[in-house]
Design a protein around this ligand. Sequence first.
Ligand SMILES: [Zn+2]
Ligand SMILES: [Zn+2]
Length: 187
Amino acid sequence: MKSITTFDLQYAHRFYGFKGEAQYLHGHTGTLTIEVEDSINDGVNMVFPCNEIKKTAWNLLKNFDHALILREDDPLLPAVLEVYEKQGIVTGHPQNTNKGPAFKTELATAYPEARLVVTKETMTVEGMIKIVYNLLKDKLNISKITFTSGENAATEDYVTRNNIERCPLCGIALNEHGVCIKCGYKK
Ligand SMILES: [Zn+2]
Ligand SMILES: [Zn+2]
């Protein structure tokens, strides 16, 4: 069985080097759907609480929301950084609060203080799915990710390999000590 969560991300990007309108900076509301597959957790009669999937994913992915996403070789990147620097917002702003922890994977680096994500590859919907899977694959039993943005949509299926132990009372993942951080249940 699967538990499914969906949420929106608003972002700006462009396809550097692409021949078409998408080479110009523009914005989207993208919709991300994450499907988590496992056995039914008997205690709570669910696979995984959807709000917990959302919380786990959103903690990292909010760095993409209201953010600028540029490829690492895009000349707009140093230009934007220069402006942010001059304006004094490159290292953050008191009203820039919707930030997750900075992260760096082989596909993407997040700079939450500047609301910037730098990617290795062009951030197409396919590219976003690869980035999201890479960020969350060890935290959730992801069986499918779908991302739609404007008229573009992509989806990818995965074979789940994790053996994530869940709290029989809350359904959330137990930590490395076998403890539920929500209710205190101990295995
Ligand atoms: Zn676009
Ligand atoms: Zn619990």
